[in-house]
Design a binder for this molecule. Sequence first.
Ligand code: NAD
Length: 351
Amino acid sequence: NNPVKNLLVTGGAGFIGSHVIRRLVNKYPGYQIFNLDALTYAGNLENLVDIESKENYTFLKGSITDEAYIDTIFTEHKFEGIIHLAAESHVDRSITDPLAFAKTNILGTMILLNAFRALWKDNWHGKRFYHISTDEVYGSLGETGLFEETTPYDPNSPYSASKASSDHFVRAYGETYNLPYVITNCSNNYGANQFPEKLIPLFINNIIHNKPLPVYGDGNYTRDWLYVIDHAIAIDLVFHKGRDNETYNIGGFNEWKNIDLVKLLCSHMDEKLGRKKGSSEKLITYVKDRPGHDLRYAIDASKINRELGWNPTVTFEEGLSKTIDWYLANEEWLGNVTSGTYQEYYQLQYK
Ligand code: NAD
């Protein structure tokens, strides 16, 4: 029931964005799907080689912080829907360079909101701005409880503060200018194409190369994990069927303490690499805790389940196994993204 023709996806060359683009391009041949991406260290067009020549797909290289460029493409292509994923996304980097996160995540989102508003003024029928956000905006949980859509925001890292702020601006544009929006707050994703600075691909890569596995603090931090394809399915569903001006939480009903997750990953890796049982676990090293580290995140995803019938389709065992297989089959991809500046980042982060 959403007559979108020109759809803008931002950050489509990144991890989650590439899975979203692939799904939309293949599923909706009648749409024109534009992928706007600045191709930062996290953006990689290799993630999209299988769909790049499709007629309903166009890549636009540019930054969401470049106001003049954004105005030009909005005027030219008259986007009716926006799925906004472009962001600086790594908590550790936000601790080193918080301002970069404010620029991209807050100002970039505002620049998109302004351009959308200027394009449609009060003609909002059938238009929608969809902001992809994180459960980290809710802060930290104790041993029990779940984040609900009504949980007050309480961000602790510069990353989550920037995402919380951009969520607030999206909501404020809805209230103030009647701009129709939807927001989803999702837990940790894992799967193919994730940059190896995030836990699962970082550790897969380190195990392959027999490098230490840096576990923060005592390893008892707890996160909920969702297979990226299930997130892409949810995004498609919310974009088309979600109610205007609503927030939906998305999660995997799949909580893991970091240390247990790492041990599970190690045992899978031993098996897949044909190494002696227990050899990957020997690489675990506990490192100094991340400042402001949230103890536990867990999501109540019952609203999206109740209203839109969404549920994860892939179990964690299955998803983790597929993910490892993908990285082992794509060592060239891994080699390319971990050369050059990645090495400098790595030295700095884990010195
Ligand atoms: P990612 O870092 O893999 O990709 C981000 C993409 O945005 C990259 O392609 C990058 O080139 C692009 N980008 C960065 N700055 C840009 C700019 N100024 N202009 C245009 N493009 C720019 O991130 P991801 O993990 O795929 O996350 C995507 C979105 O989902 C983010 O908004 C993130 O906050 C959110 N999210 C991520 C997770 C997760 O577990 N990864 C969970 C919940 C929400």
